[in-house]
Ligand binder design. Structure first.
Ligand SMILES: NC(=O)c1ccc[n+]([C@@H]2O[C@H](COP(=O)([O-])OP(=O)(O)OC[C@H]3O[C@@H](n4cnc5c(N)ncnc54)[C@H](O)[C@@H]3O)[C@@H](O)[C@H]2O)c1
Length: 248
């Protein structure tokens, strides 16, 4: 049976590790050609060779890096169908009064400005091709059910969710779909430790998740593959909480 992403070309930002690596692996299994776009070259390159993907060094906060990924997709694969905006960052959980200018600027640049550049660069290309496309934003439960200690991270994810929905409406006429995935805290991916603040907070946090655990790269990847597949061709502007019931 053909994979549900057979014949599609996908970019996964931050695909070197964590959720992004899980998403890239699932997309390859489902038949997609995947470009891992990450700013850590050795890790990104290693993951790409392991998963048989293309690697492009890219800082998602730089417009020219987005132009370069698009060039690779077009020249190497002759097109592009899906963009998974997964690369993200945070500062360590702390009182909001202790957040620095640098923490704030980095969080908004990586989590929000990257979406602006991805759409600015890729939407006109998809419109010209006329075959539609699918964008998935890896947001967070933090963007819909915020808690203290991560105020400006939460706000960056709320902005990401809102911007993604807004584009869903604006580009529906071009059949370019935009959806959000909102994972609950991850099971040991790169940022998990920063969200929890201290390792001893893990048990208390997990007790607030009805299904009693954090989200795995596979949990997030399964939803991303579905949203990018043709089975989801009438879904746009939605948020999928991958959270074991936390946001109920
Ligand atoms: N881990 C969690 O608990 C959790 C929960 C909810 C949502 N999220 C979101 O999921 C996404 C992935 O989180 P993760 O825990 O897998 O992170 P991670 O740190 O394990 O992986 C993130 C990847 O993004 C890359 N990256 C970071 N900044 C980049 C930039 N400017 N340009 C290109 N690549 C960059 C890193 O090199 C890394 O490979 C993020 O958007 C995060 O906000 C994470």
């Amino acid at each position: 049976m053909p994979g549900r992403l057979e014949g599609k070309v996908a970019i996964v930002t931050g695909g070197g590790g964590g959720f992004g690596k899980g998403i890239a692996a699932k997309f390859v299994e489902e038949g997609a050609k995947v470009i891992i776009a990450d700013f850590v070259e050795d890790v990104g390159q290693k993951t790409a060779s392991e998963l048989k993907c293309e690697f492009v060094r890219c800082d998602v906060t730089k417009r020219e890096d987005w132009q370069n990924i698009l060039k690779v997709a077009d020249e190497k694969f002759g097109g592009l169908d899906c963009v998974v905006n997964n690369a993200g960052t945070t500062y360590r959980n702390k009182p909001t009064g202790d957040v620095t200018d640098e923490d704030f600027d980095k969080t908004f640049a990586v989590n929000v400005k990257s979406l602006f550049y991805s759409a600015h660069t890729i939407v006109p290309y998809l419109q010209k091709k006329g075959k539609g496309g699918s964008f998935v934003t890896i947001a967070s439960t933090a963007g819909i059910r915020p808690r203290g200690g991560l105020t400006w991270y939460n706000a960056s994810k709320a902005a990401a969710i809102n911007g993604t929905k807004s584009m869903a409406v604006e580009y529906a006429k071009d059949n370019i779909r935009f959806n959000n995935i909102c994972p609950v805290v991850g099971l040991g991916t790169g940022l998990t430790d920063l969200f929890l603040g201290k390792p001893e907070n893990e048990k208390t946090f997990m007790a607030t998740v009805p299904m009693g655990r954090g989200s795995s790269p596979r949990d997030v990847a399964n939803s991303a593959a579905f949203l990018c597949s043709d089975e989801a061709d009438f879904l746009t502007g939605i948020d999928v909480p991958v959270d074991g019931g936390r946001c109920v």
